[in-house]
Structure formats: C-alpha cells, structure tokens
Design a binder for this molecule. Structure first.
Ligand code: TXA
Ligand code: MG
Length: 340
C-alpha cells in the first residue's frame, strides 16, 4: 500500500499572523507546529489559499524545490511563486517599482502575483525562479499560508497542488486524489473562495505593467489602480510571456468544446447563466457555474466542475459561452487551455 499523507484540519483558519493573539491561538494547534517543522526541514505541505490549494516548500531550499517538481511530475523547471506574510517581507526579495507598489498596496493580501526584479541579496533559491533575474511574489488572502511563512521565517514557494497537466485543486480532496502519496501533510480548510489562480503581473524597470496570466483579479480592477490600460504579454517583443503558460497546462482527459450553442450526443454540459444551450436536457450531466451569470461564482466552481465531468461515461464536455467580463477572462483562458 502506498503511504497516504495525513490530513490536518487547522483550528484557527481566521488567524491574523501579524497579531500576538494569533500566534498564541496557533500554538494550541499541534498541526501548525508539525507543518512548520516539515517546511523548515525541506518537506512539502499542501496549503489552501483563496485561489487554489498550493504545494508549499521553503523557497530558499533548492532541494525542497526539487521535491516540488518531482511530486508534480513537472517536465521542466517552471518558475514558482513565493508566498510572503506581508508587503514588507516581499520587499526583501524583490525591487518594487511605482506600479508594483501601487498594485501591492491595493490588492495584497489577495489573488495577485507580482513578477519583479530579484534583489541580489534575496535568499530565494535560483531553482525557485528557474534561474531568471526576476521573482514572482504574492501575499495571499490566506491567513494559514501567511502564518506559516511568518512562523518559519521563510518565503514559501507554492505552485498549484496538482500533477502537471491537470487542473488546479480547489479542495483538499482534489489534492489527495493526485498527490497524497508524495507529500508530507495536507491542510484542509474546505473549498477555495476564488477558485482560479492569481493574476500574474510583470512590473520591472520602467516598462509598462504587463499581464502575464489573467486570474483572480479582473483586468478592470487592475487598470483602475494603474490608471491606464494594462499591457499584455506577447503583444510586443519586449514583453516576455510567462514561461509556465504552456497550452496543455489545464487539460482534463476528455475533449472540451467551447462556446457550445448545442449539446451533442454523449456530452456533458458546463452551463453559465439562466439561458441553456439547445439539447441541454440530453446532456449526460450538467453543471451550471452560475445560474445568475456571476463570473466570480463561476470561477469558484470551474475546476471542480471540470474534475467532476472528467469521467468514463462522458464523451466530451460542451461549455456554454461565457462573457469576458469580471473573472470571465481568466475562466476563458483556463477553458481554452483545457480545450487545446
Ligand atoms: O493562485 C496562484 O497563483 C497559485 C497559488 C498556490 O498561489 N499558484 C500557482 O502557481 O498558480 P503555478 O506555479 O501553477 O503558476 C505560477 C505562474 C506560472 O504561470 C509561471 O510561469 C509564472 O507564475 N511565473 C513565476 N515566476 C515567474 C517569472 N519570474 N517570470 C514570469 N512568470 C513567472
Ligand atoms: Mg498550476
């Protein structure tokens, strides 16, 4: 029998890592001490964030980072996001230009990752950032992840806690299905509230802030802070695209058909909004991401829906059209990858 990693149900999911009372509350929870111990020794802990579950390790320990790649079966070394307890902690690792500072102040803690120039004295391992001279930093709206980074004194590298090529996990059960025999501990705080990964924004030198990956923040919200349009990766030669954005990143094993106005025989349906595609009643199964057409609700349900419908009695997944408003852009980005 393969080893199964223990599930930990943290006692204090609402703690604030910056307050002394929070540290006292956490000290009562044996699991917290165990998680810190695993991390400082170079082990792997699955930790929920507001976006998706992350597979966390000490970002300054190259061996621990190598274990992340091995656990995920990542074919190549994609650069990882380092999670920090606060903006002050993040500025010890990266150089924040005016855009980066404005965005961090507006959206941290939250579903946003900033790719900034790496400080020469940052102890983040070269392997964590795949040898680049930039680092991806995030202060998540996830008190447990922040508390672990705070208590261990380590930036915590965490990619989504799935095997390479699978959709990101939004519950502890998803993590268990794919990684349980490969990691040391899984913290279970129930479903993630955002459901798609963070928006990744490149802010280096005096180049315009550039969206590398649409995610948990809407473009409109980001542009309201920048007070100008957000540049897009790949639209000119000077803006490198995000190295981890390979097209097959989010594929379920059955074909996914986008913008479906009609359900075909053998297909399951992912619906959106009150109006259903033609032949919806003939679908093998149907999940409506949001009956009211709310893109935030839809993002929260997206990956779990793809997992539920990825099964032998389903010949393909038809997805109804989803407008690009709000988190629609991130949802459509993930769906295009799934359909690739
Ligand atoms: O919501 C999230 O972002 C989750 C949670 C766990 O925080 N994490 C996540 O990590 O989605 P991952 O490894 O699946 O995706 C990281 C993304 C990739 O697209 C990667 O290419 C990009 O961040 N990235 C990281 N460092 C970068 C860098 N230095 N330059 C450009 N892109 C970078
Ligand atoms: Mg991922």
């Amino acid at each position: 029998m393969t080893k199964r990693s223990p599930l930990w149900h943290p006692q204090s999911p609402t703690i604030n890592p910056e307050s002394g009372a929070a540290r006292d509350a956490l000290a009562l929870d044996d699991g917290f001490g165990m998680a810190c111990d695993i991390l400082v020794k170079g082990g792997l802990v699955a930790v929920p964030t507001e976006t998706v579950y992350g597979l966390a390790a000490d970002a300054t320990n190259a061996e621990a980072i190598a274990r992340i790649y091995a656990a995920k079966n990542r074919p190549s070394f994609n650069p990882l996001i380092s999670h920090l307890p606060s903006l002050a902690a993040a500025t010890q690792h990266g150089i924040f230009n005016a855009d980066a500072l404005a965005l961090a102040k507006a959206f941290w803690p939250g579903p946003m990752t900033l790719v900034v120039a790496k400080r020469a004295d940052s102890p983040i391992a070269a392997l964590t950032s795949a040898g680049l001279d930039t680092v991806a930093l995030r202060v998540p709206d996830a008190p447990l992840m922040r508390a672990l980074a705070y208590a261990t004194g380590k930036p915590l590298a965490a990619p989504s806690a799935n095997r390479s090529g699978r959709v990101s996990p939004t519950t502890a059960e998803h993590v268990r299905e794919e990684l349980s025999d490969r990691i040391d501990l899984i913290a279970d705080l129930g479903p993630c509230k955002v459901g798609v990964e963070s928006s990744v924004i490149l802010c280096v030198d005096d180049a315009p802030a550039t969206l590398l990956r649409p995610g948990g923040l809407s473009t409109r919200a980001i542009e309201a802070i920048l007070k100008r349009p957000l540049a897009r990766a790949g639209t000119n030669d000077k803006t490198p695209s995000s190295p981890g954005m390979t097209s097959s990143h989010y594929a379920p094993s059955v074909p996914v058909r986008l913008n479906a106005v009609k359900v075909e025989a053998g297909e399951a349906l992912i619906a959106f909004g009150p109006a259903l595609p033609e032949n919806a009643d003939r679908a093998v199964d149907m999940i409506n991401l949001s009956e009211t057409g709310d893109s935030f609700e839809a993002a929260q349900k997206l990956f779990a829906a793809m997992r539920t419908l990825d099964r032998p009695d389903v010949r393909g997944i038809a997805v109804a059209p989803i407008p690009n408003e709000g988190l629609g852009e991130a949802i459509n980005d993930r769906l295009r990858r799934a359909a690739f």
